[in-house]
Unconditional design. Structure first.
Length: 596
């Protein structure tokens, strides 16, 4: 044990004595046996020690050369780094100097920011770092700050530095020292790093108070803003996201994969973007419901403060449309006795949901576009602009591409609201979601009526078998399903829906869907006077075409269904044009079919 302790001390001394005095021969002269043995061992160790140590040091140097250079960026600490001018400063913890003394975290270059009136201190700190860490190159960067506690000024100065700095992420890794500087500067460092203006990790240093000995180098901690590295946080964020998705679906355990993917995307967009959203899909698919849930989700995260304002644009016509949306001044038109704010101003700071937005006139569309882009508009009859900052969610069952082509919808407005577009499928396309929606409707009925209602086992199976079959057309989609469940719950005896109630409901639905007489679509309103002039062959075909058109969301969708076979043999199928020409043979168009 004594030999192990003495050897490292005696080895360099012995080497020097060997070179200068020949102590080995002195040992022989005095014929000291133990001294001879000791020196032989020491010289042998020295023989092996030199090449091994050279190899180890060389390997360390080569390893550092292959690693990325480590660059630290920080602000001079006018208080913590100013701790004595004399020798006693070496016994005190100074954050910037101590950062460069970490054996496990060597710094190759330090970019030190300072103000002109602290140039003397900056020079002293630079000299001290070069003394304790010769491998660290210190680069002084002067910045100008009138008030280091002013957020805007500090953020601008640090942003300018970040934008100008020639980052070399292929060969260098960066650390931002957040211990020094004002609290405002620390916040700015965090924001710039999180926004990736600084491709870096955060470095925090602190004094080491362990034991009674002084540790001027302190200790350091790297803070990685990549939260995916933290298992607990990742699990928590995933759980919160799942809760938010479930919230958008009102807790309904939907099974349709396409719909679930759609809601996942809506959840992310709702929390990350305030740009307009467009919800398309058939009537009753849940556009209004989803829009309100988006509002509630954003409100729960404090992303909006205003109201949820909803209007069905199909109910707006003429002056009433302008007045309802944009407001009016007193006397703007006949009957305008009092001024009106309008829905756009009511939605300031919140969300405006314009259902059936395609039904707006072109003039209203032009004003809406200006309000979206400039956050200001002119109330009807006024020459003074008003301000309103709202998020727009628009809904429609129309194919806006077709309406733009026909000149019924402004192309520039469509481009503006088409950033986030989601098509909600109808109930017939989500038959696997019928069962969980039935449970949701029963729970909602119980909440409203304060009474629990359940299916008998056989009755539930009977209703599900019918509801999920192709016999169930569900033209009214989820709205129609809700009405069906409500009727059965109302007729339930002692809180139980039995087979008789289900059988009667199925009969009622079949009657609603199948009570049309032959060619009723043609004779009722479309072609009442020309029906006798059409051959029976053409009547049958035209009736089917009209049914498909009414079940589709657009002319293109209807065309794809009707020409699903022949279109595969065409190089450039134009289903919408083929269908439009077919309808024109009978004096019909898409709009007339949808309106009747």
């Amino acid at each position: 044990m004594l030999f192990q302790r003495l050897t490292p001390l005696l080895l360099p001394i012995t080497c020097q004595l060997w070179k200068k005095t020949g102590i080995f021969f002195i040992a022989l002269k005095y014929n000291n046996f133990y001294l001879k043995i000791f020196l032989v061992i020491v010289f042998t160790a020295q023989f092996f020690y030199l090449p091994i140590s050279l190899f180890i040091n060389l390997d360390k140097r080569n390893t550092r050369k292959t690693m990325k250079r480590r660059v630290a960026i920080g602000i001079l600490g006018t208080k913590l780094d100013r701790r004595g001018k004399k020798a006693n400063r070496w016994t005190k913890w100074r954050p910037t100097v101590g950062m460069c003394q970490q054996p496990e975290l060597p710094i190759d270059r330090l970019e030190l920011l300072y103000q002109s009136n602290d140039s003397v201190l900056a020079g002293r700190v630079k000299e001290d770092i070069e003394q304790v860490s010769p491998q660290t190159k210190v680069v002084l960067n002067e910045i100008q700050l009138e008030d280091p506690w002013d957020f805007e000024e500090v953020y601008t100065a640090l942003l300018d530095f970040a934008v100008r700095y020639p980052f070399d992420i292929e060969n260098e890794e960066y650390l931002v020292h957040i211990t020094t500087g004002t609290h405002v500067a620390q916040i700015c460092w965090f924001l710039l790093t999180e926004a990736r203006y600084l491709p870096a990790q955060l470095l925090q240093t602190s004094p080491n108070n362990e034991g009674e000995e002084s540790h001027p180098e302190g200790v350091c901690t790297i803070i990685d803003l990549d939260l995916s590295r933290y298992t607990t946080l990742t699990s928590r964020f995933l759980h919160e996201q799942q809760e938010q998705v479930a919230f958008l679906k009102s807790g309904i355990a939907t099974r349709n994969a396409n719909f679930n993917r759609l809601i996942d995307q809506v959840e992310r967009v709702a929390l990350r973007s305030s740009a307009p959203m467009l919800l398309t899909g058939p009537t009753g698919a849940g556009k209004s419901f989803l829009a309100r849930r988006i509002y509630q989700l954003r409100q729960s995260r404090h992303l909006i403060k205003g109201r949820f304002v909803e209007v069905n644009c199909a109910t707006l016509r003429g002056d009433n449309a302008m007045s309802t949306l944009f407001g009016h001044i007193k006397g703007a038109f006949t009957g305008a006795i009092q001024p009106r704010n309008g829905l756009l101003r009511e939605a300031n700071g919140g969300i405006l949901f314009l259902d059936e937005v395609a039904e707006l006139g072109l003039d209203e569309q032009a004003m809406l576009l200006k309000a979206i882009e400039e956050k200001s508009f002119l109330p009807y009859g006024s020459d003074k602009e008003v301000h309103s900052d709202f998020q727009l969610i628009a809904g429609t069952h129309r194919d806006l591409n077709d309406w733009v082509a026909q000149g019924k919808f402004r192309e520039d407005l469509y481009a503006r609201i088409n950033m986030w577009t989601y098509q909600l499928p109808g109930l017939a396309q989500r038959r696997e979601d019928i069962e969980p929606n039935i449970d949701y409707e029963l729970a909602r009925y119980a909440q409203v009526q304060q009474t629990q209602v359940r299916f008998d086992k056989e009755a539930r199976q009977l209703y599900l078998h019918f509801a999920c079959s192709e016999q169930a057309q569900w033209r009214g989609n989820f709205r129609e399903l809700s009405a069906s469940v409500t009727r059965m719950a109302t007729f339930a005896e002692n809180g139980r829906i039995n087979q008789q109630v289900v059988t009667e409901e199925i009969t009622r639905l079949k009657q609603n869907w199948g009570k049309e007489e032959p060619f009723s679509l043609l004779s009722n309103s479309l072609l009442p006077n020309h029906l006798p002039e059409i051959d029976l062959f053409d009547r049958q075909q035209l009736e089917t075409v009209i049914k498909v058109c009414r079940s589709a969301n657009s002319l293109s969708e209807a065309g794809r269904k009707l020409f699903s076979v022949s279109r595969q043999h065409k190089k450039q199928p134009n289903d919408a044009d083929r269908l439009r020409k077919y309808l024109a043979r009978f004096g019909l168009d898409w709009e007339s079919i949808q309106c009747h």
